[in-house]
Each structure stands twice: as structure tokens, then as C-alpha cells.
Design a protein around this ligand. Structure first.
Ligand code: SAH
Length: 244
């Protein structure tokens, strides 16, 4: 990841339309726990628990979920009592998210706006910002990291998750998940967009976010279970706080 990129605050170019199209094509299946989104459903309680372990109970907090998709994490945070805004640029996914919210009765404010544009309108607005499994789908992830840092209040929490870049993550996240186990459609992830924890930490630091904690997320295909661990070699989460 190019952490020195100096893209402007405008987000017009920080979108890979082919990536958005991939998610739009699957949008109707966001809430099917046996669909391509099964892994996100499976990891959701783990990441929600980890977020609250770090930041404390979400109840009463204002939370922004960047790249919210169909709202799997956003709804669960609202259910935990947070006042949640979810943003994404795949309109079909947002439609599904809104419809699901109507059905479930869990209120989330969904908006089709980029993180960079929202940052220019609402700096220092949120207690907590989450950006999960999204950075590996954008051309300039450092720009998203900066936007998240702008959107959170001083002292507030920003959480990221993404995929590490090394031979093991290539083997597990692409060969294993897409070709052997067929958990994800082929082409879901591009190895060159994976981000090393050191690169994400550097981007966060440059954006004024202090690294608090990293955690790995491991999948055991034999028992079909995920767990949090200290092994950040494939999937990992990062917790950070805005310094001032
Ligand atoms: N964060 C959700 C969904 C992850 S899938 C979860 O973890 O459950 C990745 C999401 O990022 C998709 O919904 C996709 O539409 C979104 N996305 C990709 N590029 C984006 C961009 N430039 N701006 C906003 N969202 C984007």
C-alpha cells in the first residue's frame, strides 16, 4: 500500500468500479447465511465482541461503518445500542441493507457516500469508526484510513480489518478460500491489494491514529470455525485511537 499517496480529499478516483460491481451482483444474498457472505456472518460475533472489548460497550455511542455492504456489522452494532450510520458506494447493497433494517426493526442510517466526502462534511463526528474487509477493495486505502481518522472524534476509536500479504495469505485467502473450499467466488480478492499490518499501522500513524491492538482471525476448515488469535498472518483486525 502506498502510504505516501497524496490524493486529494475528493474521493472521485478512490473507487474501483469493478469491485463495486462484484458486490452489487451478489447483493440479494447479503443476509443468506449460507451464501458467499457466509464468512462475514461467521466472523461477525467475534469482531463485534473484539470491538467492544477494546472500545467498551457500544451502547449510546455514535458509530460509522465504512463499506457497510448489506449491514451485517452495522445492524449488530445498532443492536448493541449504538447509533449507527452505514456508508457504501454499491447502491444495490445499500438497498438490501435498508430493506433488511425495515424487516428486522434495527435502525441504521444508510447513505451512499464515500468516506472521503463524508469526512469533509462531518469531521470529528463519531465515537467509533469501523472499516472491515473493505480496504483491500479500494485503489488508495491510505486515503480511506485518513478519512476514518478525520471522521472520528479526538480520543475515539477506529477499527480496521483486512488481509495480510505474504505467501501464506495467498495460499489460504485465495487458493484455499476461492479455489479449494469455494467459500468465496473466484476473483473475490486480488493478492496485490492485500495489506501488511506494518503498512496499515504506518498509514494509521500518518493519519494521526495510534495503534492500540492487533488480532488475527483464524479459520479451521475441519470444524468450520473461526477464532481470534495472535496470528495476524492471514486475516487480521487493528484497533487504533485518534490522538487529538
Ligand atoms: N464491511 C462489511 C462488508 C465487507 S465487503 C462487512 O465486513 O461485513 C466490502 C464492501 O466494501 C462492499 O460492500 C463494497 O461495496 C464496499 N466498497 C468497495 N469499495 C468501496 C468504496 N470505494 N467506497 C465504499 N465502499 C466500498
Amino acid at each position: 500500500m502506498n502510504t505516501t499517496a497524496t490524493s486529494s480529499s475528493s474521493s472521485k478516483h478512490n473507487v474501483d468500479q469493478a469491485e463495486l460491481d462484484k458486490f452489487s451482483a451478489l447483493a440479494s444474498r447479503w443476509w443468506d447465511p449460507e451464501s458467499e457472505f457466509k464468512p462475514l456472518h461467521a466472523i461477525n460475533p467475534l469482531r463485534l465482541g473484539w470491538i467492544q472489548d477494546q472500545a467498551g460497550p457500544l451502547s449510546g455511542k455514535t458509530v460509522l461503518d465504512v463499506g457497510c455492504g448489506g449491514g451485517i456489522l452495522a445492524e449488530s452494532m445498532a443492536q448493541a445500542g449504538a447509533q449507527v450510520t452505514g456508508i457504501d458506494l454499491a447502491e444495490k447493497s445499500l438497498k438490501v441493507a435498508k430493506l433488511h433494517g425495515l424487516e428486522s426493526g434495527v435502525p441504521v442510517d444508510y447513505q451512499a457516500i464515500s468516506a472521503e466526502d463524508l469526512a469533509s462534511r462531518q469531521p470529528a463526528r463519531y465515537d467509533v469508526v469501523t472499516c472491515m474487509e473493505m480496504l483491500e477493495h479500494v485503489p488508495d486505502p491510505a486515503s480511506i484510513v485518513r478519512a476514518c481518522a478525520t471522521l472520528v472524534k479526538p480520543g475515539g476509536w477506529v477499527f480496521f480489518s483486512t488481509l495480510n500479504r505474504n505467501p501464506k495469505s495467498f495460499l489460504f485467502a485465495i487458493v484455499g478460500a476461492e479455489y479449494v473450499l469455494r467459500m468465496l467466488p473466484k476473483g473475490t480478492h486480488s493478492y496485490e491489494n492485500f495489506i501488511k499490518p506494518s503498512e496499515l499501522a504506518a498509514a494509521a500513524r500518518q493519519a494521526g491514529l495510534a495503534l492500540v491492538q492487533m488480532a488475527g482471525m483464524e479459520y479451521n476448515p475441519i470444524i468450520d470455525l473461526y477464532k481470534l488469535s495472535g496470528d495476524t498472518s492471514v486475516n487480521y483486525l487493528m484497533a487504533s485511537r485518534r490522538e487529538n
